[in-house]
Design a protein around this ligand. Structure first.
Ligand SMILES: [Zn+2]
Length: 285
């Protein structure tokens, strides 16, 4: 049995059992560009490139549903160090891949995401993100859109805004460090973003990640993902957003989800969202 999707009969939790992934490479601590598969000349990037996408060689789901997105050929960059022009190219590629994958009859949801740092499971340090295209709408985005999610920021949780986007600390995150970036006017998905909205999103993401990297004066391990409108007309009037969260509550100190939380499904957050927002706001750019 190589892979199988199982559903917990009592809880309805979906678990992808993927037996082949233990053999995938783990290069998170390898800083050498000569062995990096994403550097130019490497296994996944034989030719020079600016941004690049390709099907994941170690996919947790079959049928070319898992892709890798390379943000830049510069091994030592990060999303936060990209120029606005380069970050816009990444957003354009996210949008293009979303459009292509969502057009498939067997794709209902396109999840664009990034894990940065070994602590959140990134196995290669070269700046990159991923895309999973699901044949159903997973439970979290399904709930989010069923409840008509819209930005709910209050002044004391806002970090910053530009003409198109606002960044804020969510009202009740389960993560000690969490930021949401949302368009000020309702937009459903990446594909629908105007040129100006893409440029402003690039600026907002660069700024937000730089603020997060200054929070503890060291690059923050984070998970970033985009909530966007499901495909095939399953949801109307979705309001997209980008979430960036970290398990860190202090420099180098992760707060793990513990037994009572897993057991009860209720969470304890040691960080007050309004205080986190105040700290992030005060970091000068
Ligand atoms: Zn590299």
């Amino acid at each position: 049995m190589d892979r199988e999707v199982r559903v917990d009969p009592a809880l309805g939790t979906v678990v992808h059992v993927v037996g082949n992934r233990q053999s995938r490479p783990n290069l998170a601590t390898n800083t050498s560009t000569s062995t990096c598969p994403f550097c130019v000349g490497g296994l996944e990037a034989p030719e020079p490139y600016d941004v690049r996408s390709f099907v994941n060689r170690w996919p947790p789901m079959p049928d070319d549903r898992c892709e890798v997105i390379l943000y830049t050929s510069d091994h030592n960059a990060s999303f936060g160090s990209l120029s606005i022009e380069q970050a816009t190219k990444v957003i354009d590629l996210w949008a293009e891949r979303t459009s292509q994958l969502a057009a498939r009859a067997d794709v209902d949801y396109v999840l664009v995401f990034e894990n940065r740092g070994a602590e959140v499971g990134a196995t290669i340090s070269h700046p990159h993100g991923q895309i999973y295209a699901y044949d159903h709408v997973p439970e979290r985005p399904r709930q989010l859109f069923a409840n008509n999610w819209a930005p709910d920021e209050t002044a004391d949780r806002v970090i910053n805004s530009n003409s198109e986007w606002t960044s804020f600390v969510p009202f009740a995150s389960i993560y000690p460090t969490a930021v949401t970036v949302a368009p000020r006017q309702r937009v459903g998905n990446l594909t629908s973003l105007s040129t100006k909205q893409r440029l402003e999103l690039a600026a907002m993401l660069i700024e937000t990640i730089n603020r997060l990297d200054h929070l503890f004066e060291t690059p923050l391990p984070y998970m970033m993902w985009i909530n966007q409108q499901p495909a095939n007309g399953l949801v109307e009037d979705a309001w997209m957003s980008i979430e960036i969260v970290s398990p860190w509550r202090q420099k180098g100190l992760a707060r793990f989800i513990a037994a009572a939380e897993v057991g009860a499904g209720e969470y304890f957050n040691p960080v007050v969202p309004e205080q986190l927002a105040e700290k992030l706001r005060s970091i000068s750019q």
